[in-house]
Design a protein around this ligand. Structure first.
Ligand code: FE2
Ligand code: FE2
Length: 151
């Protein structure tokens, strides 16, 4: 049975990825310092696969507004790749800040960019738009994460 995350966009393969992301994010937000590097590594590995899947859907289907979405994924991965060695070098606070920013960033990314891709993919697959459930917007992302709006 498909796991259901807080954000459901109506395209099952993406919803499953997002449910996994939310699980890994929660585990990383709520871990002891000695667990942090392993949790961050798992979260970063997930992000790499998560973004690769979405990027491939966009590229393979010529999704019209895809480039800003692909660029935003790349920016988040760059941040993750910068944070990991700092945490491994004894700066857990950097990792904690990154994960908190990631938690703030994701809902707006899902609302602004992933939702459009989910609608596009569902329309291609089923010939109609999915039922989309929105959650209340949270505060906008701050330093360290890419802009929430397409450039
Ligand atoms: Fe996503
Ligand atoms: Fe995305």
């Amino acid at each position: 049975m498909q796991r259901q995350g807080d954000i459901v966009l109506g395209f099952d393969p993406m919803d499953e990825i997002h449910a996994e992301f939310e699980t890994l994010l929660a585990r990383t937000l709520d871990c002891a310092d000695h667990e942090l590097i392993a949790r961050l590594e798992a979260l970063t590995a997930h992000l790499r696969a998560h973004f690769a899947a979405e990027d491939a859907w966009m590229r393979d289907t010529d999704f019209p507004p895809g480039q800003c979405h692909i660029d935003e994924h790349a920016a988040v991965l760059r941040s993750a790749d910068e944070v990991l060695p700092l945490v491994a070098g004894g700066q857990p606070g950097v990792g904690r800040s990154f994960v908190q920013e990631l938690a703030k960033w994701f809902p707006s990314h899902a609302d602004h960019l992933d939702s459009a891709l989910a609608a596009w993919m569902s329309k291609r697959r089923f010939g109609g738009k999915p039922v989309v459930l929105h959650r209340k917007p949270k505060a906008s992302p701050s330093v360290g994460m890419p802009s929430e709006t397409p450039r």
